[in-house]
Design a protein around this ligand. Structure first.
Ligand SMILES: [Fe+2]
Ligand SMILES: [Fe+2]
Length: 199
């Protein structure tokens, strides 16, 4: 229970070297973070566009789009305040590797479950990273900012998992979630620790 509360099930905690180097490179972290929020909003919109018949999902995801978009707006404000520009997006190695875990085909509900669970992984890891930033970053304003985002992403994580369970049998979702958590830990373990990426 404790484990779930603090790590949201993630099997591999963030390498402590990451926070150390990330906080010395806040410009790149903020830029990468802005794009993560943009992608989060866009991922929710895609679900709504591609699965319009899934009423409950559409209902739950619609306000999440607005929240992710407001996160994007808030990261832009933090960039502007510091005189930094958004610039161009960078390759997101973490998310592109996660996407490869998705099993294609099967019923519409199965396809939706796969997408919901992969989104839940991204939320869980982002939440874990925001917690690290909140705990260790020196800048007081960002410390508070990352705390608020940590709380918000934790609730999105719950939304995705609960939705997956409302479309597929609970045991199947739990089993697949366990497989995905292990695969995510493996990806994380082999990913280069970078000072300019949120993941
Ligand atoms: Fe967000
Ligand atoms: Fe989120």
């Amino acid at each position: 229970m404790e484990k779930e509360k603090f790590t949201l099930g993630l099997e591999l905690p963030t390498d402590p070297r990451w926070v150390n180097i990330a906080q010395k490179n806040i410009k790149d972290i903020l830029v990468d973070h802005a794009y993560c929020e943009q992608k989060a909003a866009s991922a929710c919109i895609s679900l709504i566009i591609n699965f319009p018949e899934m009423d409950e999902m559409v209902k739950v995801m619609t306000p999440v789009v607005a929240e992710e978009w407001s996160h994007f707006e808030r990261v832009l404000e933090q960039l502007e305040k510091r005189g930094y520009k958004l610039g161009s997006p960078r390759k997101d190695e973490y998310v592109s590797q996660l996407m490869k875990l998705e099993i294609k085909g099967g019923s519409r509900k199965f396809q939706l479950m796969e997408k919901l669970l992969i989104n839940a992984l991204i939320e869980a890891r982002s939440c874990e990273r925001f917690k690290q930033l909140h705990l260790y970053i020196q800048d007081d304003e960002l410390k508070k900012f990352y705390y608020e985002l940590m709380v918000s992403e934790a609730s999105h994580y719950k939304n995705f998992l609960q939705l997956a369970e409302s479309y597929q049998p609970k045991e199947e979702v739990r089993k697949r979630w366990g497989e995905l958590l292990s695969a995510e830990a493996e990806i994380m373990k082999n990913l280069e620790v970078r000072e300019d990426r949120l993941h």
